[in-house]
Design a protein. Structure first.
Length: 375
């Protein structure tokens, strides 16, 4: 929409201009990367160059990076392969996870009769580390812990080092959905003691339809997609050359002047919080999203007096963002349910404001002015 204000960057970010205008014309569309002729080998070389670049940015080894079609596929690849090839007896996760983890875990529970435990959290969405320790101590091995780095709805940041050390102490595997964290936080996956992680390009200004899985090279698993030996025989299917190059370019650009981008977005979040508090006195913040240290600097989740069809009405005014409804319908977010605050949010409309590098203070003022008056 022309002149719209886009505040749904946690859902998907705009494509970087550097990719939109320049990426495709430099790629030879002929040549399957798995072919042995010169055109295929040229494209294979491009993919391996990209793999090495991404690995360098994430402080991992190139053979630990597996390209997928999305973050959802990466989570599925990791979780399903762990059950099939590592013979996991128990999965410990939380009710705050993305559905690509929760629904996959549920499917694995039904199919393989594995034990599934949910670590507790408080009403701010903070994971109970003591409860995790207790469950790890009591569980039969091998156990897999699956906890997300940054919550996509409320922005909470998990203490990854603490969880990683616990998993190491109790000889358990650690998978983290890092989809909302990649690009925004400086990440060294080996120092975090994580065995598996996932990423998706469209969360950091890359193209849709391309993601990746990090799999520690000391762990051997196989593809749950059959029919090819691509990606070290871990993910069958012809690689998405355009997507891989776009992903690489996006991560490279976003890492360039990363501290300046972080400062800009942090200041934008500060400004947004200040304006929300000044103009909407009845506002409540969901999770830790009001914090500048315990939540990601791009996400703010707010609860305001209930108004039906609010996001639709905002959309008509050119404001694009996501709503998390606290009613008793199927739209009631599973994350909000997990906070156990239904008695508070039942009369509230919950909005997720997710900021991006193309947003500015003028847009924030326009949005909050509309919220303030609410027609």
């Amino acid at each position: 929409m022309k002149n719209s204000i886009y505040l749904d960057n946690a859902s998907t970010t705009p494509l970087l201009k550097e990719i939109y205008y320049n990426q495709i014309k430099y790629v030879n569309p002929i040549g399957n990367p798995s072919s042995n002729h010169s055109l295929g080998l040229q494209n294979r070389f491009k993919i391996e160059q990209a793999r090495s670049k991404i690995a360098s940015l994430l402080s991992i080894k190139p053979d630990e990076l597996i390209f997928t079609s999305s973050g959802t596929e990466a989570n599925n690849l990791i979780l399903r392969s762990c059950i099939q090839y590592l013979h996991i007896k128990c999965i410990i996760t939380s009710f705050l996870e993305h559905k690509s983890v929760l629904e996959t875990v549920y499917d694995l529970y039904k199919s393989y009769n594995i034990r599934v435990q949910f670590v507790t959290n408080n009403d701010k969405g903070e994971i109970n580390i003591s409860d995790l320790k207790k469950k790890l101590k009591e569980n039969e091995r091998p156990t897999l812990v699956s906890l997300m780095y940054v919550n996509n709805e409320i922005g909470n940041i998990l203490n990854m080092k603490q969880v990683g050390k616990l998993c190491q102490k109790y000889t358990s595997y650690f998978h983290s959905d890092t989809i909302q964290a990649i690009g925004y936080l400086k990440i060294n996956l080996h120092k975090l003691n994580v065995h598996f992680a996932s990423g998706s390009a469209h969360k950091f200004y890359g193209p849709t339809g391309i993601g990746f899985a990090f799999i520690n090279n000391k762990i051997k698993i196989k593809s749950f997609i059959t029919g090819g030996r691509q990606e070290q025989n871990i993910r069958a299917g012809t690689e998405n050359l355009y997507g891989i190059l776009g992903l690489t370019k996006a991560l490279e650009v976003f890492h360039t002047d990363w501290s300046q981008k972080k400062l800009y977005l942090t200041n934008l979040k500060k400004f947004c919080l200040k304006e929300l508090n000044r103009n909407i006195p009845e506002i409540q913040y969901v999770g830790m999203s009001e914090s500048l240290t315990s939540s990601l600097y791009t996400i703010i989740s707010i609860a305001i007096p209930k108004q039906d069809l609010l996001t639709f009405k905002l959309d008509l005014k050119g404001i694009i963002l996501s709503q998390s409804s606290a009613c008793m319908s199927t739209e009631y977010s599973h994350v909000i349910k997990a906070l156990r605050l239904k008695h508070i949010y039942i009369k509230k409309t919950i909005l997720r404001i997710s900021l991006g590098i193309y947003n500015n203070k003028h847009e924030i003022r326009q949005f909050i002015n509309l919220l303030k008056h609410r027609w």
